[in-house]
Write a protein that binds this ligand. Sequence first.
Ligand SMILES: [Mn+2]
Length: 471
Amino acid sequence: MENILPQEMKRRYELAKELIENSQDIKIYSHTDCDGISSGAILSTILDRLNKPHEIEIVNLDVLEDLAIEHELTIFSDLGSGQNIVKNAKDNSKILVLDHHPPLRDIDYNKDVDFTYIEINPNHYGINGSSDICGGGLCYLLAKEFGFTDLSWIGVLAAIGDMQNTKTGKLEGLNKHILEDAEEEGLVSYISDISLYGRQTRPLFVALSYFSDVKLPITNNKNETIAVLQKLDIPRKIGDKTTTLSDLTPKQKQKLFSELLSMLSKEVPGEYVKYIPKLIVADSYEFLMEDDNTFLRDASEFSTAMNACVRNDRADVALEILKGNRLESLDELELISKDHRRYLAENIQKMEMENPIVQMDNIQYFDGTGIRSNVVGTIAGMILSYGDWKKPIIAFTQVNDENDDYKISLRCSRLLAYSGIHFGFIIRKVAQELGGNGGGHDVACGAYIPHDKKDEFLKRMDEEVAGLIKI
Ligand SMILES: [Mn+2]
């Protein structure tokens, strides 16, 4: 590891290791998403192996601002850098932050305070926190400091869950090193493959119908996907089993690739044609210790299951799964995932019937009232394929029963991001103007805004996007 990390960052890992070894009463706060859960699972496993008593809590960002710092050592993972977590620190507090989000405090902040403070954030060293390493990766590098390289696969899962590979379809930078550790441990392998969601478990004709970065004849049209597979001589079933992407031979994949390429070339305007291969092919990651044809075998499907847990307030199940306690948690995970899929399907069906998408000049939106705020983004992503793929789609719903502010989610085709638009930055700017807050990825982001600002928000977003999309 000496060679892969900047010297000062490496030094902080050594200090973090000592800090943990010298602490007895430890609290971990981590974020409510796949990356956060992965981070928490890695840290908790480290502490278990060191016989350190600890508590772990998976939280939303809003609880951090007024947090009491009560334990001997408090660890923040996948969050903390961007929040005022030090507000209630006492002189004898010890705080460790492992976060990849843009930091509020500068690299030497620890020198200005009386309490013990170690923050490890790649942005302090010019390392990209969106593509080179995420929260789970940072926690894995700490595990590696203790020699626990068998946890590397969780670092890979975290990176996929955090969409660190969207720009290039590959894991790069420090993520690549973590991937290499996982390969060396015999835990992960990867291949360049057609990038459809559900490689291991989703019938291929279904997976194909969800192609939505560009609206194609096959999008939301299973009759058409079945016809295409017939034309390519790809059987719908192999024995009793419905064909999935992972069942295809390299030759069959090549045929499918060419077919998608030709369909896309008809729809995508000249300037964007060079991005087409990235829409069809990406590296996909398999966990070799998981059984074939299960949703834990493929990293994307695994990360969806982790998100299903946290979005249904069952982070406890996700943690048990990641820490390897599968006996009861696997059944629970299957139930949670099933319920989650049913909830999504019901809402999508409703949307299909009501056709609620409203077009503005540069954006489109739908009223997601009634949809739970923590899944409105997932649903927006699924509804995008029913709208205009050349515009971002925005959905809004009430935060929860007690809070009538709006939770906003935005999703768009990856083609828009490839051409350089970053909606995470745009949504943050507009939300902040209106007294709210926001941010996220280029193609998937969100915001919270006051209840009475919804119309203004849509208008301002429409203005901000004007002229950016050149499709
Ligand atoms: Mn993260």
